[in-house]
Every structure is written in structure tokens, then in C-alpha cells.
Ligand binder design. Structure first.
Ligand SMILES: [Ca+2]
Ligand SMILES: [Ca+2]
Ligand SMILES: [Ca+2]
Ligand SMILES: [Ca+2]
Length: 257
């Protein structure tokens, strides 16, 4: 009898695991992202970018701003509560992002970076290295990096556990006048076979490469929970808080020399 029970549980576990894997494959297939959705061209760096939160590089001076102006959660607010914009560039080593965020109250009250990281102010950067689109909730088909005010980088690992991915993004933020912060990011890219215990060598970038990308800001000012969530891409439908699950909503970057 005991043996029968044991065999039953083994079979059940196998079925559940198999089902989960098939579901993820199915999801990837069903929702194929447009190869050029909300496409933007990104020019290569023309000088070395120092990650110091100061945008005095020639590369930044000649790049244009793009808005972070889509309400993904919460409501439209006035420009002193939140205004955000960003610039992009790339090198063989990494993708660079400069973000300028105006936020009236900077909140970092949850000391453990792995606890409700989205309820403190943070920049969220979405990366789908091969622009495949598809589900990435419990796998590394894409990443949803939350970068806190102190530079900690948090995402879920392949088993739904929050982890620090501080070796994926170098960043520095400085606070200037009028509650405006300047963030500089150097983002290393990893393939969908990435594992925390595996090889940590980042991929090389090259001209004409396409990358799934979006950037957002989680704004909390005076509340227990996040008040608003503003993103860079237009998301159809009522549920706009889908970036952490679904890489189909990301825009597309095309790298140019
Ligand atoms: Ca700099
Ligand atoms: Ca605010
Ligand atoms: Ca992918
Ligand atoms: Ca805030």
C-alpha cells in the first residue's frame, strides 16, 4: 500500500512539472511579440561613459530624450509629483541608460531589498536580450530589474524567489535641484539560459542587434504601498502592470553603429 502511494505521488509530481513546462512553451508560442514593436534606434557611444550620475559625456549630449509618460498603475499626476525621461546608448560590453526623474518625495523605507521592493521608489528596467517576447515570470527569458535608490538590483529568479542581480547593472544616482535625480546605468546582457550558479560572462552587443526594452518608475511618496507606476511603452488593454510577467509588452531597441 505504501509503495502504491509513493508511486502515485511520483507520477503526480511528474505530471505537474511536465504541465508547467508545456504551459510556458505554449505561452511563448501563443503570444509572439512583433519583431519591431515600438522600435527605437540606439546609437553607439562616442566616448567612455563613467557611471557617476553626472551626464557630462559627449554621448549623452548628442542623444535625444524619450519620455516615461505612460500610466501603468495609479493615475496621471502633475509634473512636480513625477516627470521622467531617458536616453540610450550602447557599446560592445553593455547597454547604457541615462534617466532623469523628477519626484517630489524620495522613499526608501523598506530596509530589506528583497521585501516588497516595488513599494519603495525605484527605476525598473526591462530587458529581453533576444527580443523574443513571451512569458518571463519564473524564467530568464527576460528580466525585470528593479533598481532601488541605493543601487540594489532585484528581480525574481527562475523559482519565484527575489534575488539581488547587482552584477547585471552598474548604476549611480545623484540628486540635483528641484527634486530631480540623474541615474546612469550600465546594463550587461545575459541569454535566456542564464542561471545564478552558471557562467556570469555577459554577452557582447553588436550593430543591428534587437533587444526588448522598457523603463519605468515606481513612485511612492506618502503611502504604505506604491502609489503610481509610470512606463515608457504604450500597453493595450486595462491591465498595464504586465511587464514583470510578459515580455510581449516591451518595446524594441535596434542598435546602430
Ligand atoms: Ca557619467
Ligand atoms: Ca512623487
Ligand atoms: Ca528572451
Ligand atoms: Ca516618490
Amino acid at each position: 500500500m505504501k509503495l502504491a502511494k509513493f508511486l502515485f505521488f511520483i507520477c503526480l509530481t511528474f505530471l505537474i512539472l511536465n504541465c508547467k513546462e508545456n504551459n510556458q512553451k505554449q505561452l511563448k508560442k501563443q503570444h509572439k511579440k512583433n519583431n519591431n514593436q515600438q522600435e527605437m534606434l540606439v546609437e553607439k557611444i562616442i566616448d567612455t561613459i563613467l557611471i557617476d550620475g553626472i551626464a557630462n559625456e559627449k554621448t549623452w549630449k548628442k542623444s535625444s530624450w524619450h519620455p516615461i509618460n505612460q500610466v501603468w498603475l495609479g493615475e496621471q499626476v502633475d509634473s512636480s509629483d513625477f516627470t521622467g525621461r531617458y536616453k540610450l546608448s550602447w557599446s560592445k560590453e553593455a547597454l547604457y541608460v541615462l534617466a532623469e526623474i523628477k519626484d517630489d518625495f524620495l522613499v526608501d523605507k523598506i530596509k530589506n531589498p528583497l521585501e516588497r521592493w516595488w513599494d519603495d521608489d525605484c527605476v525598473e528596467i526591462f530587458i529581453d536580450e533576444d527580443n523574443s517576447g513571451g512569458n518571463h515570470q519564473f524564467n530568464h527569458n527576460a528580466f525585470a530589474y528593479h533598481i532601488g535608490l541605493n543601487g540594489d538590483v532585484v528581480d525574481l529568479d527562475a523559482k519565484d524567489t527575489p534575488r539581488l542581480f547587482n552584477n547585471h547593472i552598474d548604476s549611480k544616482m545623484t540628486i540635483g535641484r528641484s527634486n530631480t535625480s540623474i541615474w546612469e546605468f550600465k546594463i550587461y546582457l545575459f541569454s535566456d539560459t542564464y542561471s545564478l550558479k552558471g557562467d556570469q560572462t555577459a554577452l557582447n552587443l553588436f550593430s543591428n542587434k534587437k533587444i526588448g526594452f522598457a523603463i519605468a518608475y515606481c513612485d511612492n511618496d506618502k503611502s504604505e504601498l506604491r502609489e503610481n507606476f509610470f512606463g515608457s511603452v504604450i500597453i493595450d488593454g486595462d491591465d498595464k502592470n504586465r511587464g514583470w510577467i510578459d515580455a510581449n509588452i516591451f518595446g524594441t531597441l535596434k542598435l546602430k553603429n
